[in-house]
Design a protein around this ligand. Structure first.
Ligand SMILES: Nc1nc2c(ncn2[C@@H]2O[C@H](COP(=O)(O)OP(=O)(O)O)[C@@H](O)[C@H]2O)c(=O)[nH]1
Ligand SMILES: [Mg+2]
Length: 202
């Protein structure tokens, strides 16, 4: 590499670093809403519409916290097929996964499997849900039952940012209908879609 191309690469690196630092400042909202306590089991319920990216987010959230020194576990409060999907992703991320191949009631599965997670000493229990209902009323009813059954310390709403500014309406509808104590929103599909910016601004 000659001197000229070295300086070109160096300049490019400086520009990229400056953009990255500026993005960190813009996206930093300060202190997180919720920090799980190490050693004390915290329950995080992940809700959202079907295909929004809940399962993917659950695994990322678990892996991130494992790297931070927690002992996370994933619980699948969904169908048998979804359990298989979660188990596969959880296995590749090295996170234990709990679920049922025989029960069909999400609230009952969640309650039972959370108990197993507690017994196994996990301090961060992440519950993945289905969001499969066709009717809005049934969806919220199903989620209310899950909130009742799991008594979560945090409810995360996963929103596909490709819906743009409608993300705000979706978050408001969840807040109104679930009436949770502590909630957060995670936007997915921010990579490679222009509408993501709309969702972010909303
Ligand atoms: N590009 C991209 N794809 C994603 C993201 N999050 C999830 N996906 C993909 O979206 C699809 C649905 O995700 P999944 O987690 O199964 O959604 P769920 O039905 O809400 O559990 C899968 O193919 C994921 O790989 C993201 O942030 N970016
Ligand atoms: Mg899923």
């Amino acid at each position: 590499m000659n001197c000229y191309s070295f300086f070109l690469w160096f300049e490019l690196w400086v520009i990229m670093q400056a953009i990255f630092d500026e993005m960190c400042v813009v996206l930093d909202w300060g202190k997180p809403t919720f920090i799980p306590t190490k050693g004390d089991p915290s329950i995080v319920l992940v809700v959202g519409l079907r295909g929004s990216g809940k399962t993917t987010t659950c695994v990322k959230y678990a892996r991130y916290h494992r790297e931070m020194g927690y002992s996370p576990a994933l619980v699948c409060a969904d169908t048998f097929r979804a359990y298989k999907q979660l188990k596969q992703s959880a296995w590749s991320a090295g996170v234990p996964c709990y679920g049922s191949y025989i029960d069909w009631d999400p609230a009952r599965i969640a309650r039972q499997e959370i108990e197993w997670c507690r017994k196994d000493g996990h301090d961060l229990i992440i519950v993945d849900t289905s969001g499969r209902h066709e009717q809005e009323g049934a969806l919220f009813e199903g989620m209310r039952r899950l909130v009742e059954a799991t008594k979560p310390h945090l409810v995360i709403l996963v929103v596909d940012s490709r819906i743009g500014q409608t993300a705000l309406d979706q978050a408001a509808a969840f807040k109104r209908n679930l009436g949770v104590r502590r909630g957060a929103v995670i936007l997915t599909h921010l990579d490679g879609h222009p509408k993501g910016v709309g969702a972010l601004s909303a």
